[in-house]
Design a protein around this ligand. Structure first.
Ligand SMILES: Nc1ncnc2c1ncn2[C@@H]1O[C@H](COP(=O)(O)OP(=O)(O)OP(=O)(O)O)[C@@H](O)[C@H]1O
Ligand SMILES: [Mg+2]
Length: 149
């Protein structure tokens, strides 16, 4: 599926749609994973902010430039996850760093929802079964093309 977005608001709204799709999976054995790839400024962090909002997370979700992994508690009753993880692999030198941060345990826990920016850098660590998003700039200034697989 392809979504065309013409504003940050539309990109945040697209995250709500993707969340509904994730919630359709009834039985899970491990964490739900959303991978986000695409150029600098293509809207990955904006999308993740929308995802966090849809999960009822009130804390500000920043681009974790100096942090590889941040996690947030999910308090919304209707959401079948307990924690939301935001990983940004941009500055990662090796997958080892993430292993040291406990990525395996995070991914093994079905109560986690994990969103990964620059996911192709750590693709070997991620489960094949995930929602893969690719972001690209469109022709117009605020246009972004989001492909969902
Ligand atoms: N349709 C749109 N969707 C999302 N962001 C948009 C859109 N139009 C303009 N923008 C702007 O583009 C920028 C997207 O930045 P964002 O941090 O989300 O990119 P990113 O893909 O996470 O980049 P990076 O790889 O550096 O982390 C923001 O400044 C946002 O306001
Ligand atoms: Mg970003």
């Amino acid at each position: 599926m392809t979504i065309e977005s013409f504003s940050p608001t539309e990109t945040r709204r697209a995250a709500g749609k993707v969340l509904r799709r994730i919630l359709l999976v009834k039985k899970r054995n491990e964490a739900a994973v959303v991978s986000l790839d695409g150029n600098l400024g293509s809207g990955k962090t904006v999308f993740i902010k929308g995802l966090a909002a849809a999960l009822g997370i009130k804390e500000r979700v920043l681009s974790p430039t100096f942090l590889i992994m941040r996690s947030f508690k999910i308090r919304k009753k209707k959401i079948p996850f307990k924690r939301f993880y935001h990983i940004d692999a941009y500055r990662l030198r090796s997958g080892r760093e993430l292993l040291d941060l406990g990525i395996k345990e995070v991914l093994a826990d079905k109560s986690n929802l994990v969103a990964v920016e620059w996911a192709d850098r750590i693709v070997r660590l991620l489960p094949k079964e995930r929602v893969s998003l690719s972001f690209a700039h469109g022709k117009k200034e605020n246009e972004r093309i989001i492909k969902i697989k």
